[in-house]
Design a protein around this ligand. Structure first.
Ligand code: URA
Length: 235
């Protein structure tokens, strides 16, 4: 089995489910057309003061999560990325290592990115709604989300991504607003600060609900189509 097949298998995508033809994706390895579409084809003007923001976040004591955290998890990736993925908050492994999505859910996220011909260090930035681990892996509480809110907003402003992918309900509620079910946010283009925004399942949920991986792939294909349209518009 090829690596790509393994990735698609991992995502739970059967041949019937291919919104993007694998043959088409593979042939694009030679032509690099797909790669151009999703890797740096739109340049961002992220030049703002990342180091100042990083220092501020790392020394934050705005909420009670600072008392139990080991490491602040600011984010990882390309600060001028076209793609921004936003999760919920660090878990135990992220808290140890200071990097988002490094546990089992992170491995799945990496495979999802690979299936999109992306990786966490190139043209992708990964951030969380809250930067410190909620104890016991509970959801962040509203005051914790609020305390971190300006940090996420500043990250979005600095990155100026073309497409935001929200992973799970906590991210959807924080960025889009409301308190609906995840299903109620999926399948449509949202706008945040005029940036195209798509909602999909959190990778940790997908680990427990493998059958929904195909739906997640549909969401990611939708997000890739939005990115393609943006690139087309700029030609
Ligand atoms: N889950 C998240 O939402 N973020 C992480 O960084 C890790 C797990």
């Amino acid at each position: 089995m090829s690596t790509r097949e393994e990735i698609l298998f991992e995502l739970g995508i059967t041949p019937r489910w291919k919104l993007r033809d694998v043959a088409e994706i593979e042939s694009s390895e030679e032509t690099s057309s797909s790669e151009d579409l999703h890797k740096g084809a739109i340049s961002s003007n992220a030049s703002g003061d990342w180091s100042e923001l990083k220092t501020t976040i790392e020394s934050c004591d705005r909420c009670k999560l600072c008392e139990s955290r080991k490491k602040v998890v600011v984010g990882v990736g390309d600060p001028a990325a076209n793609w921004l993925f936003i999760g919920e908050g660090p878990g135990a492994e992220e808290d140890e290592r200071g990097e988002p999505f490094v546990g089992r859910a992170g491995q799945l996220l990496d495979n999802m990115l690979l299936a999109m011909r992306l990786n966490r260090r190139e043209n992708v930035y990964i951030a969380n709604v809250v930067k410190c681990r909620p104890p016991g892996n509970r959801n962040p509480e509203p005051d914790e989300v609020d305390a971190c809110s300006s940090f996420l907003d500043q990250q979005i402003d600095l990155i100026a991504p073309q497409v935001i992918v929200l992973l799970g309900k906590v991210a959807a509620h924080r960025v889009i607003g409301g308190d609906g079910t995840l299903a109620s946010y999926r399948g449509v283009e949202h706008r945040y600060k005029n940036i195209s925004t798509v909602v999909t399942y959190h990778p940790a949920y997908l680990l427990r609900n493998q059958l929904d991986k195909a739906k997640a792939w549909k969401d990611l294909c939708f997000a890739m189509d939005l990115m393609d349209k943006k690139i087309e518009q700029r030609k």
